[in-house]
Design a protein around this ligand. Sequence first.
Ligand code: TXD
Length: 308
Amino acid sequence: MQHKVTVVGAGNVGATTAQRIAERELADVVMVDVAADLAAGKALDMMEAAPILGFNARITGGGGYAPTAGSDICVVTAGLARKPGMSRDDLLAKNTEILKEVVERLVEHSPETILIIVTNPLDAMCEVARRVSGFPRERVFGMAGVLDSARMRYFIATELNVSVEDVDAFVLGGHGDTMVPLPRYATVNGIPLPQLLSAAKIEAINDRTRNGGAEIVNYYKQGSAYYAPSAAVLDMVAAILHDKKKILPCAVLLQGEYGYDDLFVGVPAKLGRGGMEEVIQLSLTTEEKAALAKSAEAVKGLVQSLKV
Ligand code: TXD
């Protein structure tokens, strides 16, 4: 394979991401986990499926970082997942420590890599990764918006009984309870959503989207969502490796856009070989701006308490 992607954390999201990348032959994948045998075992198990599925990418796994050297992209999923009743923010202190260690090791071996952060609380972990790596914002950003938007798209498609392929939607803001679904920018094969659904139905979809993560946690009891999150990471990885210039909502360090400075906020961004190549500015109504401000405040509060 021409490309190499490292996935740190061989848990639910990490391993499923590795599997998706390899099965599509996007890159060779190196999985790293403190549970070294877990990473090694999952890698071997996945490779034993290769003759059946017929993919030629190589997946390896272990506890060391030497095999990650020269990675095009490093996806960080290492950390603790939410348990029922636990907020994403409760994870802050523990996952800050983990992120710090992981990013230091990654950057040591792949100084030119692009970091995609997945660990929660997402926006704060992006800031930890940025501080520790010293990378420009083009090479350190987070996955959340693609997942939140996919959930919204699914809920819209189900409500209207139309193909998911026809539905586009955007969710802005932090990856938390204050995320901002933007139904005004949602379309069904080009038709604006507000023309197809009542305001009450749209608000119900917004609510379900905001609680999409918790809905899955309540089913699983242990651990959180991973099929849709890993698909979301795959979308970002493919956009970068294939230089698609795809516009995807990501957690990006804003530098003046949307009126915010030096803060990670979920906004539409263009992803290509250079990583996060451009922040796309949408015009927002007064209410949408207020919702985004609330979300940004929540991220700011977390970032201020970071100890890195
Ligand atoms: O939208 C999003 N951004 C998210 C975020 C969607 C889904 C999951 N989200 C978060 O990702 C979740 O709240 C967690 O913080 C991470 C990973 O979720 P996952 O469900 O994959 O958690 P697991 O299955 O517990 O896996 C975490 C793995 C586990 O195997 C640990 O042994 C490993 O991380 N781990 C480490 N690996 C390397 N180095 C260190 N220090 C380390 N610590 C734990």
